[in-house]
Every structure is written in structure tokens, then in C-alpha cells.
Design a protein around this ligand. Sequence first.
Ligand SMILES: *Cc1c(COP(=O)(O)O)cnc(C)c1O
Length: 464
Amino acid sequence: MKNEKGLDITEKAYWVDKGQDMIRDRQRRINRAKNWKFDTVATHGLYDLQQALDYNNGSIMEPVYLSPAQAYHNSAEMEAGLAYEMPNWCYSRIANPSSYFLEETAALLETYGTSIEAGCIATSSGMSAIRTATDPFLVYDSRYPKPNIVTSAKVYGGTFQQFSVRRHQEEGIEVRWVTDPANPEDWASKIDDNTRFVYGEFPSNPSLSIFDIEKVADIAHKHGIPLIVDSTCASPALTRPITRGADIVVHSASKVIGASGTSICGLLIAKKNIPSKVGCDNMRSDFATWTKFWPFRDNGPNINPMAAIMILNDLRTLRMRVAQMSRTTMTVARFLENHPKVGKVNYPGLESFADKDIARKYMSLVDDGEPLFGHMLSIELKEKTPDDSRNARKFYDNLHMIWRATDLGRVKTVATLNAISTHQQQGEEGRKLADIKASTCRISCGVEDPVDIISDLSRALDTI
Ligand SMILES: *Cc1c(COP(=O)(O)O)cnc(C)c1O
């Protein structure tokens, strides 16, 4: 059998040509989605009626192929597929139709409102997304024998451990902590010729620290290195760091993106043509695709198709959830700020927030512009001494409706005492660096009515 160009189905060229058609078709669907509003992109992504009828029995929902592998018509198609010369999903460790639709939607949302093109890799967890995003920059290169990384000290506890234990203690990579991320000078002064990337969290979990993404990106780019931003707690509904100069964004999609709480998942989104002193040209030109085809394939941090589809289902309603959760959190923050038992409330939406100008510059509801600041706040309870946590524990142990758990971004309100949970393992010194007090309590507001959240907080505070 020959196609209209005379290529025979038994030749690899036939399949490579078919692959070109598939790539053009994908690009057409990307271009169409680039003209849609955020909620429409989130709802449809690249999956449309034609695809449903051609490949998926007309199902209005994306496929969930639990199968580990794809079958091929013949050896020529297999050869083209495995050489990455045509789009295919060969084996689910590398690609799968369910993760494909999640990845394409996430890349579109993270670059929403711009013509920037990005690629995405869905991973088994947020931590594996961070590992996958940073590994390729830390390869051995004889020109730069001693790699270092420059990162905000105000990062998620797991990230702090990945950098300080796995990277520094075990691999000998120097980690230079930026303790005042809102000050661009602090970043600039820590970068040298051996710095491989710059890393920050926006806003940070749980201290809500932020930084000027554009300024820090400029500093990194002057040194020829990328800025990687963990944007878990803002989500693309509020902040899209790639559209403000960042090169790579990582998410723990286990959090607000997957707010229903059915799976653990990470996302890595990279724009095309990123700077890096090390690695190959293909890595720089399309980091996400290159990483997926090579180190990701060899290391195996892939998401499973069931998790991918559950995260995709939640991603569709991200904007409306983030809007409601953020408005509720603002109400709760104001209540807590006026409460006599509470010493300090960290929330970017409050007038008392030190870096509120940076927050306003970067955080607002997409397609609407309403200044909104996310679902996470943290408080420090008033205690007799700075190291004391007795009041915080009493308050915490007396919550009734609000869940005591190390969780975040959930549709259900959750409270966490960070010094004994998320940031326990990094020890006293590490907590000081990250500004986590013994009495710090992180509150992640869900979609309940704020009246009921406040009444539970109020009653628990009255027990102190
Ligand atoms: C939870 C979290 C992570 C880790 O994600 P997992 O999906 O739990 O592996 C990374 N960064 C931030 C900001 C987080 O809140």
C-alpha cells in the first residue's frame, strides 16, 4: 500500500511522513487553543471531537489507556516510532495518551495569553518534577568542575532536603541559599561562573515569601543560566512565571491543581530556547521534549495514566476554584490579623505584607484581573518565648472541622504545624534559614463557606 507521495507502508519513510502530518495536526490544535480563553483551554486542551471519533470511540472524555505499551502496524512504523521520528507513545514510561493530554493542557495554561511555546512533562510527584528539572544542569562538565546552585532558602521542606541532603551532602554540589529573596542583590551576589541554575518558589510554602521574577530572570540570563520557579502555590490561574521571564516552571500538581485530592503528580513546563552553560543544543532548544526522550526515559519518574486523567479532570476547573479559595483566604486572613491571640499573619494580599507591591505585580486572577493571592496563609501564634509552641499546639489540637494534616491546596481546609511536619527534617538551623518558627501554622483554605472556616478557627483560638 502506498500513500499519495508514493511511499510504501513497509518503508520507514511512509511513517515518518505520517508523523509529519500528525505534528502539523497537533500544531493546528495548539494554534486554535492559543486563541481561546483560559477556562476554555483548561476544559478542552488539545482533545477535540475529531480525535474522539478517530481514536477514542467518540468518548467526550480523554482516553485512559492503562496499557503499558503501544502496538505497531509493522516493523517500519516501530523503527520510526522508537527513533522518535514520528509521534507515538511506544511505552508508558516515556509517553501515554492520558499524560499527553494533561501535558499539552498544562503547557498551554502556563504560557496563556502569549505566543510563547512550551513543552511539559508530567511526573510521578512534585519532587520528581524538581529532580527532573534540575538534573540536566548538574551534569559533569570539565570546563566548570565545581557546580553550585543558587536557590531561595524559603522553599518547601522536601525541596530544602533534596537540595541540602541529596544534592549537597551526597553529590557534593554547593548550595547557595538566598535568605532575602525579595532583594535582587542577594541573588546577584551569590551567582558565579560555576552556578548552573537559579531556583525560587513563588510564593513559598509556608512562609509566603516572594521575589521579583523579572529581575531575578534578568540576573540569571546575564550569567547564561536558567531561572526555575516552583509555582505550585500560585498556579497558572494567578501567576505564569514563564510569561514573566522564567525558563522552567515546576508544580506539585498534587496540590491546588489536583485539589480534589486523588493523586500525587508533578508537572515540569519549559519554554523553548533556554540558556544553559552545560548540556547539548537539543536540551537548550526544547528542554521538555529532550528531557522526556532521554534522561526522563532512562530514570523513569513518569506519572501513571490514572493519576494523569484525575489531575486533568481537576485542571479544567482550576480558575474558578482558585478564585473562590483565594477570596475565602483573604477573608480568613483579615479575621486572623485582627485576632488578639495571633502574632503575625503572612498573606500577600494583606496591607501588612512586606512585599505586597511584588505580589500585586505578579498575582491576579487570569482573564479577570482581580487581585487575588491564593489559598495559603500562615500565622504565628503569640507565645511566651520565641521558641515556644504551646499556644500553637493548643489551637491546633482544638480544630474540629479543619483537618490536621500535611496537605495543601485541597478543596477541604487543612492546617499544618510546619516545624513538626513539613520542615521537621531540616532541623533547627534549616528552619531558621527558611524562617519557620515553632509556632508557625500554615492554613490552606478550601471551598467551604468562609463562615464555617472562621467559626472553627475562632473557637480553637478561644481555647488558648
Ligand atoms: C508539596 C510541594 C512539593 C512537592 O510535591 P509532591 O507532589 O508532594 O512531591 C513541591 N513544592 C511545593 C511548593 C509543594 O507545596
